[in-house]
Design a protein around this ligand. Sequence first.
Ligand SMILES: [Zn+2]
Length: 357
Amino acid sequence: MSLPVPVVWSEDCLRHEPGGEVWLGVLDQGTEVPARAVVLRDALAAAGAPVVPARPHGEQILRAVHDPDLVDHLAGVWQAWVEAGFPAQYGRDRVVPYVFPTAGLLAGLPLRSPPAVHGRAGRFCYDTMTLVGPGSWAAIRGAVDAALTAADLVSSGERVAYALCRPPGHHVTRAAYGGSCYLNNAAAAAQALRTAGARRVAVIDIDAHHGNGTQMIFYERPDVWYGSLHVDPGAGWFPHYAGYASERGRGDGDGFNRNLPLPPGTGDDDWLAAVDALCAEARALGPDAVVVSLGLDAAATDPESPLQVTEAGYRAAGRMVASLAPTVLIQEGGYDLPSLGALAVAALDGAAAGAHG
Ligand SMILES: [Zn+2]
């Protein structure tokens, strides 16, 4: 048996070593580790999927979905951190912001770009758990290149392609990163599909957490519909401030956003019913292409969410989403190393069946 889904991959994705995450004031070991990507790649290759190297892309698409200042900041912040002496003189070996220009702080003042890098760091980052180190930028770009290469494959006729993106991306808004994400790989893929000629793209986000970044990037646009099922942020889960059912889009994008928050403990039956509901809504729009934010952290085995989805659930979800239209699968979360590979194989296997069935 061989898995007929190209797996796009960049070796650079291993270079991001966040070195943990500061959660509630304490540096934890963190679960967004390079080994995730190795486990995923090895399991998919062992299942017979062809592994395709990511091709380098320019920054045109990136600068369309992100504030160019965010892209420039991420490209240069580590070097600025080193030049300011934080690793060598102060023992701060990762970029971690400590002050954030919230709406309440500014109270109408213009958002400045402070010259000091430790002040500027919080302008572009909204949490303390998304650290930047020496290899981060190479990995961030590698992940975007994987997403854009997978979008190229689908635009040129492939029915389904998977980008093994690490770090993940769906928590990154137009101008701010967080949630262990730095640039929005799924948004870049959706924009690339539009640029290549798709009139309407549906993004279906099945990560355990709400993809607040993708939602907000397309919130006022009718050409990219965003639908997500995720653990209810109102029940105490990240991203806390977004992901509620009342968020339906704004302006021209009104009605083109759909959130289905689920209670902690939701298992296959109710989870798949929500996937089915999103697919029905997406199908009604007649999308030319689909982008799936494939988080594997809704699995019962995952330490980062209280959802209880099985391998069979992921296989069924893969089949449903990929039957809609040509599909780009983007790796998002998924943190339980022993079960991660089998979950990915199940999801891609289902997607292959949906695409070719
Ligand atoms: Zn997640």
